[in-house]
Design a protein around this ligand. Structure first.
Ligand SMILES: N[C@@H](CCC(=O)N[C@@H](CS)C(=O)NCC(=O)O)C(=O)O
Length: 224
């Protein structure tokens, strides 16, 4: 049965490609599960949105009667019973998916929000001091250093490609896009290896098509 993935009706250019809805699309493509996309208004947030996602964020997912939020919970749910969650390494795959969110993304997210506040103070401000940004960057690099050592002698984080790799790579892509993986060759290769997967390519094409269609719908609305 097809699931419904909720994302925003429209977003400006800068977050496209990196909205957390993408990691769900990628997982759905990896496991070959049919899905439809439904939208919630980005602004103002609707009560129906908050009813599905108490923090009024995306992604959210509906599978029949079940509604889920939190990308980590959604990925774990979808991966269940598929090759992305091998029974023999369930505990380690879960551990690494949580490490991606709770150790790496907390550090990279703290740094990234400071970078965005400097770049677009009107939108994300107030800007932090350069010293505070550098402090956050060093905190992120501590985590990247550990991952770099780990990934030097493996292709995927636990055995074969798993849902932990979807999450870890989706977190690292943001850092790579900012040019911060330049001196991490193992992590650069890891991200490139994952992004070369056909499922990643299909998910990204659909993700970007969604925003193009959203632009067209918005242009039509503005012209009437
Ligand atoms: N912990 C949440 C974070 C979700 C999240 O930050 N979503 C962003 C889009 S990538 C969002 O909706 N931001 C708008 C907002 O917070 O109002 C998850 O992993 O699902």
């Amino acid at each position: 049965m097809s699931v419904i993935l909720y994302t925003y009706d429209w977003l400006p250019e800068f977050p496209r490609g990196f909205v957390r809805e993408f990691r769900v699309r990628w997982t759905l493509e990896e496991i070959g599960r049919a899905y439809e996309v439904a939208t919630v208004p980005a602004s103002p947030k609707a009560p129906e949105h908050r009813a599905m996602q108490p923090f009024a964020q995306v992604p959210a997912l509906k599978d029949g009667e079940l509604t889920l939020f939190e990308s980590g919970a959604i990925l774990l749910y979808l991966a269940e019973g598929t090759p992305l969650m091998p029974e023999a390494s369930r505990a380690e795959v879960t551990q690494w998916l949580i490490a991606a969110l709770n150790t790496v993304e907390t550090a990279s997210g703290a740094w990234m929000s400071m970078v965005l506040a400097q770049r677009m103070p009107a939108f994300f401000g107030p800007a932090s001091t350069p010293e505070a940004v550098e402090h956050a960057r060093r905190g992120m690099r501590d985590k990247l250093d550990a991952l770099e050592t780990l990934m030097a002698d493996r292709d995927w984080i636990v055995g074969d490609f798993s849902v932990a790799d979807v999450m870890m790579v989706d977190v690292l892509r943001v850092v790579e896009n900012e040019g911060e993986l330049g001196d991490y060759p193992s992590l650069t290769d890891y991200v490139a290896r994952a992004m070369a997967r056909p499922a990643f390519g299909r998910a990204m094409a659909d993700h970007m098509d969604h925003w193009r269609a959203a632009d067209a719908a918005r242009a039509t609305k503005l012209s009437v």
